[in-house]
Ligand binder design. Structure first.
Ligand code: HEC
Ligand code: HEC
Ligand code: HEC
Ligand code: HEC
Ligand code: HEC
Length: 445
């Protein structure tokens, strides 16, 4: 008898273990067929499906910049340095989770129409039963596909599946399992959920869901009763409407009137009024947020005003220059003599709100997996206000009279010279204006 029981217990233990794998352990532990297609859910959850379709969550594998960075940089880098294979396979853990679980790596290109294209799908999220790490990081969710779909509302009934309440669906850890990431050198290359936790919103109970899955009256399924339904819209940096006004701007001159040979001192306050984390957050290596100050005198002549330096360590990364960076792209691209591309291509002397990701030579990189060190964190935290000062010595040729000063806070999802060099469609490096304000001073003789 004992002879049979022991192997049975072992078998049970092994299968229980395989049911609860998370992160890298889960690679290849499932098949695509374990997961239902989003179109199946769409037949009842029509509106939620439409929302998800237009959100980045459904494009996490097919989106052009993701395809370019994954195939042209990451996969090529791992071919040249095999020690990177695990981490490059791991891109799929968050971007093409079904392919990762099925062990279909690298997945077929998006144009081939495989199920990797489903990205972060309905059935992936709604079969997550737990998150294995604290803080959540590196796709440490546990997925248990099957008839049961988990959610945040107890007691719902569906003709298609069993529904079960799981507290995780009310928490930020679910999101954090993909929105926090640590690279092979132990560097936090994404920390949106950690920023939230350390910020003011966590203690007030305002979560990711409240801002990214807002609630509205409606029906979640065709045959369901009306209720207050979570909208699967996931607006983020790809929606100008979400970015606009996320930071409030105000500006004043210390003296409203300045003699023609004097110095105007202008202060600009930037308040992160809307985001529950820093701005920028997430793909901080790609994003750029910068403040430009320009003045126009009575004759219509325009001047650019550079920001005053504050003198903190690493400040050089926060001021617009025409230097080059991103030299490490030469490795995957097979160009050992690559000199890089311009570091930002924004108005010289602008203040940049960023945290540089540095390669082993201390040069800025957009290859987050190749980051050895993070530079100064000069982003704008949740409800934080940063104040910038501009001491502007009047140019000799300025016209007397009114001078209009304008502060413009701009954002790009991807550094423009990088986008151009890699052939990423222009929409990815278009300027999104977040805010603008102006003030007048009087220049007298
Ligand atoms: C035949 C129709 C039908 C199909 C197909 C269907 N559902 Fe549902 N689902 C429902 C109904 C009805 C409810 C209950 C809605 C209510 O009462 O508000 C529901 C509820 C849910 C809930 C809420 C659970 C909770 O406790 O909060 C989730 C999550 C869910 N479905 C996910 C899915 C996913 C994922 C798919 C596709 C794999 C899917 N559903 C396919 C009809 C369907
Ligand atoms: C108080 C509202 C609020 C909360 C809470 C909040 N966010 Fe955001 N989030 C925003 C706003 C506004 C933006 C747009 C500005 C920006 O890009 O930062 C944004 C942007 C984002 C972006 C795109 C950032 C980029 O630069 O690509 C991601 C991803 C994101 N949020 C995820 C999360 C996650 C995950 C949580 C929970 C841990 C969360 N958010 C909590 C308001 C919020
Ligand atoms: C990134 C993970 C994620 C994805 C992808 C996702 N959901 Fe959800 N869904 C959630 C969370 C979290 C909630 C609970 C939100 C809350 O309580 O505010 C939820 C709630 C729901 C509900 C209950 C809505 C209500 O308020 O009654 C349904 C139904 C649902 N999802 C179906 C779907 C379908 C269908 C898809 C694909 C088209 C999908 N979900 C994709 C995370 C996700
Ligand atoms: C399985 C991994 C995974 C989970 C879980 C997940 N996300 Fe995401 N999310 C992603 C990926 C990958 C992207 C990036 C899509 C792309 O390639 O641009 C993304 C994009 C987003 C964006 C859009 C950012 C933009 O730039 O426009 C928002 C907002 C967001 N997620 C919020 C959430 C919230 C809120 C939750 C929790 C309910 C959540 N995510 C859970 C993987 C995940
Ligand atoms: C732990 C989960 C996770 C892993 C692992 C991961 N990513 Fe991401 N990735 C995300 C999330 C979440 C976002 C969206 C962040 C945001 O919008 O701020 C993102 C954003 C991106 C973007 C920018 C997308 C856009 O639309 O602007 C690219 C490109 C990208 N990832 C490529 C990769 C590559 C290549 C790898 C592997 C080397 C990788 N990612 C590994 C979660 C992950």
């Amino acid at each position: 008898m004992r002879k049979i029981i022991i192997p049975l217990i072992l078998l049970w233990a092994v299968s229980a273990y395989s049911q609860h794998r998370s992160g890298e352990e889960a690679k290849g532990s499932r098949s695509y067929n374990d997961y239902e297609k989003p179109e199946t859910c769409a037949s009842c959850h029509t509106s939620i499906y439409r929302q998800w379709r237009s959100a980045m969550m459904s494009q996490s594998y097919t989106h052009h910049w993701d395809e370019i960075e994954y195939f042209d940089l990451a996969v090529e880098h791992a071919k040249k340095d095999p020690s990177l294979k695990e981490v490059v396979d791991g891109c799929n853990g968050c971007h093409a989770p079904l392919a990762y679980l099925a062990g279909d790596i690298p997945p077929p290109r998006p144009s081939e129409g495989s199920r990797a294209n489903e990205g972060v799908s309905c059935d992936l999220c709604h079969t997550i039963t737990g998150v294995d790490e604290d803080p959540p990081v590196n796709f440490s969710w546990i997925s248990e596909p099957g008839r049961t779909k988990y959610g945040s509302k107890p007691g719902l009934e569906s003709p298609h599946h069993i529904t079960e309440y799981n507290e995780l669906f009310t928490k930020t850890e679910l999101c954090g399992s993909c929105h926090n990431e640590k690279n092979p050198y132990g560097i936090w290359v994404k920390s949106t959920q950690i920023e939230w936790k350390e910020g003011p919103y966590s203690s007030e109970g305002v979560k990711c869901l409240d801002c990214h899955m807002p609630k509205a009256r409606g029906r979640s399924a065709k045959m369901a009763e009306e209720g207050i339904i979570s909208q699967h819209i996931f607006l983020g940096a790809h929606k100008p409407a979400k970015l606009r006004g996320a930071i409030e701007l105000s500006m004043h001159a210390l003296e409203p009137e300045v003699p023609y040979d004097g110095t105007a001192v202008i202060k600009v306050e930037l308040f992160n009024a809307k985001a529950g984390h820093k701005i920028p957050t997430g793909s901080v290596e790609d994003r750029i947020l910068w403040l430009e100050l320009t003045a126009v005198d009575e004759d219509g002549k325009e001047y650019n005003i550079p920001v005053d330096r504050k003198g903190f360590k690493g400040e050089e990364f926060t001021i617009g220059t025409d230097e080059s960076a991103y030299v490490d792209m030469g490795i995957p691209l097979g160009k050992p003599d690559f000199k890089g591309v311009p570091r930002e291509q924004v108005q010289k002397g602008s203040r940049i709100f960023r945290m540089p990701y540095l390669d082993k030579n201390g040069v800025m990189t957009i290859m987050q997996w190749n980051t050895r060190k993070l530079g100064v964190d000069y982003r704008i935290g949740p409800r934080e206000t940063k104040v910038e000062t501009y001491s502007w010595t009047m140019p000799d040729d300025i016209a007397f009279g009114k001078v209009r000063i304008t502060a413009t806070l701009n954002y790009r999802k991807l550094i423009k010279p990088v986008a151009e060099y890699l052939g990423v469609p222009a929409e990815e490096s278009e300027i999104d204006m977040i805010n603008q304000t102006s003030a007048e001073i009087l220049v007298y003789d």
